[in-house]
Design a binder for this molecule. Structure first.
Ligand code: SUG
Length: 422
């Protein structure tokens, strides 16, 4: 055990189960995939099964796996608050139907117990205020987090940071440590407003989260995202960089000033290993198209690191060539494993968007949110029976579809004994 390491702690990935209203409404300005798939037919059943298959894969690799439930859609409170009627812009209607809570990397920012002043794990739900369809999530997400992490001896679940400071949660947060249970250095990446696309993470929101969590200011680093990356479609930092333990896997153009960024992290975390992909090997555009960095960088039980990437990476000549070069050069990432999450990818959500990392002792988490093979079977059965096979854009808003998606979600809550979330 490393010095200062807390025993019993493990990284648990909480994946968002894809909700039955999953559809392509093109709601996210600055998210290239969401805009380019606007109006496509969606396949919610296939989407949710792809997500469960990803969870099963990681469980079979010997890793702790949890999940969060889809939020209730359509959100009638939002429809009422906006007085949406048949003449209203379809985007407002679609917002109330969005299954976007599947991307749990945006559910909250998490600071594990070894990093915080009171020795508890702190979670702050992201306010997601930049986008209407995402801004409706946090109160319901918080309600769920308060059940899953209701043990107040070990967790504190805060309120979201108030607007207008946009906060997008763990998607703009990285943690460096020698082992998950050791004290970490937390890195917050924010965007500077003023470009063509919104900068969804505000520096002041990041700083507020660090204070709320009781982090040691000397072990926090605040870094500006490269405006060119936001411009190219990296609406969250996790589209161009990912961290695990001592490793930062990043595109050369992820940060506004890369030398300064690496130096600032190295100054407080000297064991940092940077695995940088140069623009000459994989262009920023190709990195964003394939989501090479929106990968799960995981430490396997044998101590090796594996990168779980979207299957789009396997199909890209430049990305795959770079992965092969990485193996040959004997770096810290020893395996690259493609997974099919195409339904989520078409809305701009890769393997890393679909999960929230929480370092905690699994015994302190409400067991209803932890996955095992038998539970995965039960979840798959409900999805196969109740999730719509397909949704055409014009179906969004129909009373029939509303009935189907409400019943499907309630059936899932019921098999998981989580009816209190109904
Ligand atoms: O907020 N897409 C999500 C994707 C979130 C990805 N998360 C991370 N990078 N961590 C978003 O832009 C599209 C929904 C639509 O267009 O209907 C959407 O919300």
């Amino acid at each position: 055990m490393e010095r200062g390491e807390m025993s019993g702690l493990a990284e648990i990935n909480f994946d968002g189960i894809v909700g039955p209203s999953h559809n392509y409404a093109g709601l996210s300005l600055g998210n290239v995939a969401s805009a380019s798939h606007k109006g496509d037919t969606s396949y919610p059943r296939a989407a949710a099964l792809q997500g469960v298959a990803k969870m099963r894969g990681n469980m079979q690799r010997g890793l702790a796996q949890g999940f969060l439930l889809p939020l209730r859609r359509p959100n009638n409170d939002l429809l009422r608050a906006l007085a949406v009627d048949e003449f209203t812009d379809r985007a407002l209607l679609a917002a109330a139907w969005s299954a976007s809570s599947m991307w749990t990397a945006n559910a909250a920012t998490v600071s594990p117990a070894p990093d915080t002043a009171d020795g508890r794990c702190h979670l702050t739900p992201a306010n997601l205020v930049t986008m209407l369809h995402r801004g409706q999530e946090w109160r319901d997400t918080q309600a769920q987090l308060k059940i899953a992490f209701g043990d107040e001896q070990h967790f504190e679940v805060h309120d979201a940071v108030p607007p207008s400071f946009g906060d997008e949660g763990a998607a703009n947060h990285m943690r460096f440590c020698e082992g998950h249970g050791s004290p970490g250095v937390e890195v917050f990446v924010y965007g500077r407003p003023g470009g063509r696309f919104p900068a969804r993470q505000h520096e002041q929101a990041s700083r507020a989260v660090a204070r709320l969590h009781g982090l040691d200011p000397a072990r926090c680093v605040f870094i500006e995202q490269n405006p060119a990356a936001i411009e190219a479609g990296a609406f969250h930092n996790d589209v161009v960089a990912v961290a695990n333990e001592t490793v930062l896997f990043t595109h050369e153009r992820a940060f506004a000033d890369r030398e300064d960024a690496y130096e600032a992290i190295l100054a407080v975390f000297p064991k940092l290993q940077v695995v940088e992909v140069p623009d000459s090997a994989v262009s920023l555009e190709e990195a964003i198209r394939t989501y090479l960095f929106n990968a799960q960088l995981l430490t396997l039980p044998n101590g090796e690191m594996a990168l779980i990437v979207p299957s789009e990476c396997r199909e890209s000549a430049s990305v795959w060539q770079w992965c092969e070069h990485m193996f040959a050069s004997d770096g810290p990432i020893r395996q690259v494993i493609p997974v099919d999450v195409r339904q989520s990818m078409a809305n701009g959500g890769g393997p890393a968007c679909l999960r929230l990392r929480v370092v905690a002792d699994p015994a302190t988490v409400d067991p209803r949110f932890l996955l095992d093979e038998a539970k995965a079977d039960r979840i798959e059965t409900v999805i196969a029976q109740m999730w719509p096979e397909r949704i055409e854009p014009q179906d969004v808003g129909s009373a029939n579809l509303a009935k189907t998606v409400i019943e499907a979600r309630e059936a899932l809550l019921s098999v998981l004994s989580l009816d209190e979330l109904a």
